[in-house]
Design a protein. Structure first.
Length: 293
């Protein structure tokens, strides 16, 4: 975890605690090939170093798969998803112009709906093609309005923002969007504060919540932390990892004070996160990205 994560952690903790709310620590470990116990322990060590706590036990998504699988079955019964056997390369090729090299495309590309309406079931799709199939959610054509408590109202036409998205992976495990929607509902989450790179995900999650009859939490999307070069801090930015900064002697009080300044707080008691609660207001957080120097 890096400085950008620390800022999101602190803002989320200040927002919830200042309202008398509870904090849930959820480890999203559905992708077992990438989920490692030492990384989960590292997250908890980073939070403890910052002085942040949470309520109840740590929640592992992988221990509550039944609810997500039941939600996927509900979407199948309602005809709101369909099997897809397209590879990532095929999606990139379909989205690229004739003169482009699809392998050079980066970021999100719009899925053109190649498999929509082709197969009646995953079993038929896999038997007729010899490929493992995902399940894609059919996004509506009309724009989805996201009301963000920090950024205001935003509108997204999902066909132009990735198109039909995956809710069940080829390994029959829930994908990110379905997993978080089901867990938020199961846990009674009422507020989600995260980076503004996930604003479009909020629109996707809203259509899933509506399809499944789940409530939509209050969204708060804050600007990301960027370096002096203007680039966002990514997971590969080892120089800003909390573990490395901790080893180099950075004190948690100094990092917390930096986050507080970046959030528009002008009082710096330096006695841990709780000492800033009375001075915190989400409306005082600047709309511009924070710069880590």
């Amino acid at each position: 975890m890096h400085v950008g994560h620390a800022r999101s952690f602190l803002l989320a903790w200040w927002s919830a605690r200042s309202q008398g709310g509870e904090i849930i620590l959820r480890i999203e470990d559905l992708d077992q090939a990438r989920a490692k116990d030492e990384w989960a322990r590292g997250i908890q060590e980073d939070l403890a170093w910052l002085g942040l706590d949470w309520d109840g036990d740590v929640v592992l998504q992988s221990e509550h798969l039944d609810e997500a699988l039941a939600a996927a079955a509900k979407l199948v019964s309602a005809g709101q998803v369909y099997p897809c056997v397209c590879s990532r390369r095929e999606v990139r090729e379909a989205a690229s112009a004739p003169h482009e090299d699809p392998s050079k495309l980066w970021g999100e590309v719009n899925y053109p709906g190649t498999c929509r309406g082709l197969f009646s079931s995953i079993q038929e799709a896999e038997k007729s093609t010899g490929r493992k199939a995902t399940l894609r959610f059919m996004v509506p054509h009309e724009p989805i309005e996201v009301h963000d408590a920090f950024l205001g109202r935003r509108s997204y036409a999902l066909p132009d923002h990735g198109g039909d998205f995956v809710v069940m992976r080829r390994d029959a495990q829930p994908a990110y969007q379905l997993g978080v929607v089901v867990e938020d509902a199961r846990l009674g989450v009422t507020e989600v504060l995260r980076g503004d790179d996930l604003l479009v995900s909020a629109a996707r999650q809203q259509v899933l919540q509506q399809a499944l009859g789940f409530p939509t939490p209050k969204w708060i999307h804050v600007p990301l932390v960027r370096g002096l070069d203007g680039d966002r801090l990514a997971k590969r930015a080892g120089s800003t990892s909390l573990a490395k900064l901790r080893d180099e002697g950075l004190q948690p009080a100094d990092l917390i004070a930096w986050v507080a300044r970046s959030a528009g707080i002008k009082e710096f008691p330096g006695e841990g996160p709780a000492s800033y609660l009375s001075a915190f207001s989400i409306q005082n957080v600047p709309k511009a990205p924070a710069t880590w120097d």
